[in-house]
Design a protein. Sequence first.
Length: 349
Amino acid sequence: MQYFFFVLSIILVIITFIPLIKNEYWIFRVCDYPRLQKLVLTTICIVFLAFYSSGKEYDFNDLLLLIMVVNACYLLKQILPFTGLGKKHVQRITTEIPENGFSVMISNVYQFNTNYKGCLEEISKANPDVVLLLETPAVWEKETNSLEEHFPFYKKVPLENTYGMLLYSKLQLRDTEVKYLVENDIPSIHTQIILPGGQAVQMYAVHPEPPVPMENPTSKERDKELLLVADLAKDSDLPVIVIGDLNDVAWSYTTELFLKMSGLLDPRRGRGFYNSFHAHYPFLRFPLDHAFISTHLKIREMKRLHNFGSDHFPIFISLQYEAAAELEQDEMQPDSEDIAIAEEKKGAN
């Protein structure tokens, strides 16, 4: 048993620090996903290594115990910003301005899921102003057509390749476009939503390809698409919200680079993980579905909704535009290395 914890401890140290290597190959990027899981397993290893410690003289067990304590401290430092102890990126509203408020529901429905009724019921209960459904083939477009009665503005891009998108809105959509920023079969929806008070908000709905061995062995295309969207967000004169399944965790280097280059904020920071995937395996859950917002917006509410047969939980967020908010909230700033890396990634083929 002692040797088992020796081996497990060494593996945990490797997969904790391997993401520091900024390589685009999937094994380097995927190791960044299970941060909380690594902390739990590291803590278990510390307990058992302490139990096996002789207490008489330093040996390999004691050295490994020390390394694992350092490993736990490093992971804890990475995790704390996404707990209630962390600094909040986005402030909560103090005064309701109904004409400047809107809510969004983001749901990767899982293409082969047939619980259409469950999806519609969850939308009805959440009652969002905007709904983004992802992984939607033609059958999902057909089965959700009834939403048009309550969401009269929509843009549909049904696809059979797990990258279909259905965007429904109670609020007016303007200048709506479907773009293929990196790959010709992976769309993104770019549109303005018009709030009841007349303020326009620029929305980008995205679902880039993940770095997985059976689909795409590197994160090159995902990173490029996110950074191209970051440029669009940075250059926009309007308040901005980027929503979707980004196939990246909230704390990864790539997500942080995206936030720095876009000037957007992460509502999760200082609030919680809001893990959205995998819905069926509690110990293997990560925050993959996101809503990143500009400094013009403040948060009313954010919550994870009930699963209806998908491998993702839906995410609901309610926001409010405030003219003075950008003076009260600070965006992250890129340094020269961040800018150089971003430019290199955007130029990648």
